[in-house]
Design a protein around this ligand. Structure first.
Ligand SMILES: NC(=O)CC[C@H](N)C(=O)O
Length: 373
């Protein structure tokens, strides 16, 4: 059966005609692209993609189907999905179904277009922008009308989404093997692999809702505090910035990833800004400013911290420095305090999917907790 026609409409009026993939209907979100050649299931279930329509630059998606082990959260989180060619056969020994049926079962509207390269170049040149996918009855309206609705949909700048996707109830991920440390992990849209990487190192992880206060965190008497990745604009995360300031005031060892890095930056008094099209993929080169060492790393961010890159600077918590920079565009990829046990990275050392070059950052978190005991 041939899938029905579908239309992708960008807010600047560019359109891409294709066929429906996944659920039929309509959806709106920020149009972004992901360059990962692997890991579509992890990408789709990463809560940081909330309210984003993700286009895959890899031309063939769905080859290995879906399985029960790779999801990073309990559901598909993207607002919509754009692929070039959906695999007609799902072939993998772990597969429990096809990606197309998983998208349909979860009501995720997608589209297959031939022009994913043209779309990516357009976003690279003009920047990430709002978009809509329309198929079935939703595609019957005139294009002008669809465009108007895209232009009326919410922007990513100014969006507060972390509390929407984060857990409402605290839960514990037990240490694997002997328990050595307790970590309070604030969930802003945490990926399942992150607590797992800590648990593998003897950490019992208390995952807490995004609405917790510094008092709630410190009441657990944790050896370390972690702030996770998450969707939305870091400028809206005032509550989390205040909570982190309380944690830093108490001198607790701190590690942050992605949204957590942006909140750390804000807690240090730095600003954040929106990147033109962001970094989403599994092969971004990041350099450790001190050692010169380059890690190839997994990324998913559309915002970045604005910090001085020419050496240490003063913050309310003493001197700090930019620890890592991106070699593609020079943006800040990590921060650390020089006299206190606190650091964060903008990229993804849990790397699901992605290369494991940066996994040593979890060991670094363990060392600062060890030193603090
Ligand atoms: N993965 C993340 O934590 C993303 C952080 C933030 N929402 C951004 O896009 O930059």
């Amino acid at each position: 059966m041939t899938p029905p026609p579908a239309l992708l409409v960008l807010e600047d009026g560019r359109t891409f005609a294709g066929v429906a993939y996944g659920a039929e209907g309509e959806t709106f979100g920020e149009m972004v692209f992901n360059t990962g050649m692997t890991g579509y299931q992890e990408t789709l279930t990463d809560p940081s993609y909330a309210r984003q329509i993700v286009a895959m630059t890899a031309p063939h998606i769905g080859n290995t189907g879906v399985n029960d082990e790779d999801p990073e959260s309990s559901r598909i989180q993207v607002a919509g999905y754009v692929v070039r060619e959906p695999a007609r056969v799902a072939s993998n020994w772990r597969a429990t179904g096809s990606l197309g049926s998983a998208l349909r079962a979860q009501g995720v509207v997608g589209i297959a277009i031939t022009g994913t390269r043209a779309l990516t170049r357009h976003l690279r040149d003009r920047g990430a922008m709002r978009a809509g996918i329309f198929s079935g009855d939703a595609a019957q309206a005139p294009v002008d009308e669809l465009l108007r609705r895209v232009q009326e949909s919410p922007q990513m700048a100014g969006a507060s989404l972390a509390e929407e996707v984060a857990t409402k109830e605290a839960y514990v991920v037990p240490a694997i093997g002997e328990k050595r440390f307790t970590v309070a992990a604030v969930d802003l849209g945490i990926k399942g692999m992150t607590p797992h990487r800590m648990a593998e190192r003897g950490v019992e992880v208390h995952v807490l809702p995004a609405t917790v206060t510094a008092e709630d965190i410190l009441a657990l008497d944790p050896d370390g505090v972690f702030f996770s990745n998450g969707p939305g604009d870091p400028e809206t995360a005032d509550h989390q910035v205040a909570a982190l300031r309380g944690v830093l005031d108490a001198g607790r060892p701190f590690f942050g990833i992605c949204f957590g890095n942006q909140i750390f930056g804000r807690a240090l008094g730095l600003g954040t800004y929106k990147l033109r099209f962001g970094h989403r993929g599994v092969n971004q080169p990041v350099q450790d400013v001190r050692t010169g060492k380059v890690e190839i790393s997994a990324h998913n961010h559309g915002f970045a911290v604005d910090a001085p890159k020419d050496g240490p600077f003063d913050t309310p918590y003493g001197r700090a420095e930019v620890s890592h920079v991106n070699l593609n565009d020079g943006c800040v990829e990590g921060l650390r305090l020089l006299d206190r046990p606190a650091f964060s990275v903008q990229y993804h050392p849990e790397a699901a999917a992605g290369p494991h070059d940066a996994s040593g950052l979890f060991d670094q978190f363990v060392s600062i907790m060890e030193a603090g005991k």
